[in-house]
Write a protein that binds this ligand. Sequence first.
Ligand code: ADP
Length: 393
Amino acid sequence: MDHAVLTINGGSSSLKFALFRAGARVVSGNFERIGAGEATLTVREAGGTAKPQAVRAANHEACVAILLDALRARGLDRAVAAVGHRIVHGGSRLTTPQVASVEAMAELRRLMPLDPEHLPAEIALVEACRSAFGRAAAVLCFDTAFHAELPVVARMLAIPRKYYEAGVRRYGFHGLSYTYLMRELGRAAGERAARGRVILAHLGNGASMAAVREGRCIDTTMAFTPTAGLVMGTRSGDLDPGVAGYLGRTEGMSAEQFAEMASGRSGLVGISETSSDVRDLLERESRDPRAAEALVVFCYQARKWIGALAAALGGVETLVFAGGIGENSAAIRARCCEGLACLGLTIDAGRNERGDAVISPAGSAATVRVIRTDEEAVIAEAVTSFVGRGGDA
Ligand code: ADP
């Protein structure tokens, strides 16, 4: 039978999708700059390349209608038996992939204040896909789920306890990527390595790290929101809470404005004043001191966090780089590991430049790896476990 699984991964102004048949990706692609009046759609047939084309997509729902047309044009629309959605926040209760039941959707709506940046668009996407792919099952996959078992010592924020009891705690994100990386680590390095002391570094526009021991996540850099932890493209990472009070008093900055600044205008773009994109900054760093400084601060904070997570783990045996920066930039990988020989972390320049799977020297105390992450594959697999390999609901 011609059953397929569609994966939907909505960002604030982007939407990635992929169509899997019998576990293999047949079509994938993405929408970019949704709502900016210059949105584009790129559709790639298995393994091929494609050029972005301009589309009229004012919001995520409009993208679903365009996607449906694109699949119809390829005779694939009726093959969709289930749709798997990446959901950034599942709160404390939604901790395993599950069918988008009335109860699960009500819980997501209840959680909206926890993540007003992502959840409204993600809920709208689930509903838009329901109308577009009527008979297809909808499955929710949560980025927070990987961190569901964080020990209390890592999940508690040191503010009055009543807030912890009300759900203000470390949740952690990027869990679908981490799930993939752990699986690939087990496959590439063996179960023994995957059950050891592992630091996963997902460095993309959003960036975070997770410390994993015996297969369980024991700490992670993002916290109550994805703004915490590492310096990122537009997010500040960890910040002295006193800054909010100071800017409130001196500039009349509201809590909303502060959150928008810390998440949308800080990090690499805040320091460089030109770009949130590591490629741009690498290209400019030799002539633009602000671009150079942005990269220095990014790499310094990443090194500090590797040290912190190594301390939480009691040492580190494997460090994995992933995400757009971690997978593609040898220079940033090398800078993030500079001076960490004290933790057994060293880089072989030749292997790093080539982008080998293992970039530490042979026989070094800890192994440094590069793994190309694949959140869509994790979603498709979770969906398949619900609806059967053939896609039968
Ligand atoms: P997102 O979190 O939006 O999925 P990605 O994982 O695609 O983002 O990562 C985007 C980041 O990866 C950008 O900062 C981009 O500059 C960086 N990047 C992509 N390719 C390269 C490269 N070849 N060299 C350096 N940085 C790169």
